[in-house]
Design a protein around this ligand. Structure first.
Ligand code: IYR
Length: 221
């Protein structure tokens, strides 16, 4: 007998025309998601953040180990500490650690070491990956951790977009300060820092173009 037991699986499906319409409208709607760097300080209910994390945690994972922890922060004092620590690292990155090529590639986005959104956004969600677990005093490996937590993070961004919220996929580097500030155990590493909230009334995003279908997909029929 396999463990866990298997259950029958059925789900709603659609006729081909409906399927095409649904997939097209979903892509159109997802195309509206943008990385936002100017947030309003308007509060967002904790219950919404919880539901979005619940959605993220439905992600597939290696051997169903669910190797993630989501830390959601709206304590202003902690957000300030995170901002200061992130800005310290970012200052060093922008003043020597990042290559000329990298800085040149970032020019169109107008980013620099200042990260006020880490205090303005009502929530910061830090996604941690768990490389291993301690089970009955024994170290047990997790599998495909990067892939699993990457997928969960994608679902999180999608869920937050679906809730009508804006996000930024932020990666102050290195991110070890988050592990310290949030008292995370040895088996966890921060993967992403995601400010969440309403965009500021005057928020602007760069005029980006997404790659066309023929550049992102090949069909072998
Ligand atoms: N982490 C820095 C730099 C940065 C890097 C990339 I790649 C971006 O797409 C955007 C920014 C920062 O957040 O400013």
């Amino acid at each position: 007998m396999p463990d866990p037991a298997f259950l029958p699986y059925h789900r709603e499906t659609y006729d081909p025309e409906t399927m095409l319409a649904r997939s097209a409208s979903f892509a159109d709607w997802l195309d509206l998601r943008r990385s936002v760097r100017q947030f309003s300080d308007q509060p967002v209910a904790k219950a919404v953040i919880e539901q979005c994390i619940r959605a993220a945690a439905t992600a597939p994972s290696g051997a169903h180990k669910q190797p993630w922890t989501f830390c959601a922060i709206n304590d202003p004092a902690l957000k300030k500490q995170i901002r200061l620590a992130a800005e310290e690292e970012e200052y060093r990155s922008y003043h020597g650690r990042m290559s000329e090529e990298w800085l040149e590639d970032l020019q169109p986005f107008g980013t620099d070491w200042h990260k006020p959104f880490l205090e303005t956004a009502p929530w910061l969600i830090v996604v941690f990956k768990r490389n291993y677990e301690w089970v009955d005093g024994k170290k047990r490996q997790n599998y495909y951790v990067q892939e699993s937590v990457g997928i969960a993070s994608g679902l999180l961004l999608t869920a937050l977009h679906h809730a009508g919220l804006a996000t930024l996929t932020h990666t102050p580097s290195p991110m070890d300060f988050l592990k310290k500030l949030l008292h995370r155990p040895d088996n966890e590493r921060p993967l992403l820092l995601i400010p969440v909230g309403y965009p500021a009334a005057d928020a602007q995003v760069p005029d980006l173009k997404r790659k066309p279908m023929e550049e992102v997909a090949l069909f072998f029929e």
